[in-house]
Design a protein around this ligand. Structure first.
Ligand code: AMP
Length: 208
């Protein structure tokens, strides 16, 4: 199965991806996680990506499609979950070309702006394993450190100034791909409000 998880920043893609990959035995490709790892490593990709990420803007399509092409070559024939990709029509078309007829299922996690702004402002992430926490749900361990021992921090782009721009970019550049996939069929919409457990139950109902 190749699954594409669409949705605004903060719609719950990362949290649900962690569960979906376990349940359906998929490899998880989060382009955001991959770019953050490159920024930490300080390599050429990281230096390029940082300037866009800091502003809440998208990294150029050709850079992202190059990453995806390498990933698909390395994971040929395996079950995959794309999280945070594609984000533009050009990326969606590029993926379609790379997949050369392999079927995909697309799920759009739908959550209103008010909810995603609240979630993103309260989101905290483990710097080592990427686990996602939320200040409002009291799920951060008392020690302040992640279960893996890593530091729990706030992503630079989860600060209020950048959130507004990321949402604008989502509505302008990413939302149009919902129509792109709707026209191709195998497109599902899931209500992205409520608790992570509620949302996962809805996803399982559609995928089992
Ligand atoms: P995310 O963790 O998915 O919210 O991504 C964080 C940031 O990484 C985004 O705001 C973009 O700057 C960049 N990014 C992640 N995925 C993509 C993509 N598919 N296309 C362009 N930029 C991306």
């Amino acid at each position: 199965m190749i699954l594409i998880l669409l949705g605004a920043p903060g719609a719950g893609k990362g949290t649900q991806a962690e569960r979906l990959i376990q349940r359906y035995h998929l490899h998880h490709l989060s382009t955001g996680d991959l770019l953050r790892a490159a920024v930490r490593a300080g390599n050429e990709l990281g230096r390029l990506a940082k300037s866009f990420m800091d502003k809440g803007a998208l990294v150029p399509d050709e850079v992202i499609l190059g990453i995806i092409k390498d990933y698909l070559t390395a994971h040929k024939g395996e079950g995959l979950l794309f999280d945070g990709f594609p984000r533009t029509i050009t990326q969606a078309e590029g993926l379609e070309e790379l997949l050369a007829g392999q079927p995909v299922k697309t799920i759009s996690l739908e959550a209103p702006d008010e909810i995603v702004i609240k979630r993103l402002s309260a989101r905290r992430v483990c710097r080592s394993c990427g686990k996602i926490y939320n200040l409002n749900t009291g799920d951060i361990p008392g020690s302040g450190a992640c279960a893996c021992g890593g530091e729990i921090y706030q992503r630079d782009d989860d600060r209020a100034e950048t959130i507004a721009n990321r949402l604008k970019v989502f509505h302008q550049q990413t939302e149009p791909i919902i129509d792109f996939y709707r026209r191709r069929g195998a497109f599902l919409q899931v209500e992205g409000s409520g608790s992570p457990d509620d949302i996962f139950t809805r996803l399982q109902r559609l995928l089992d």
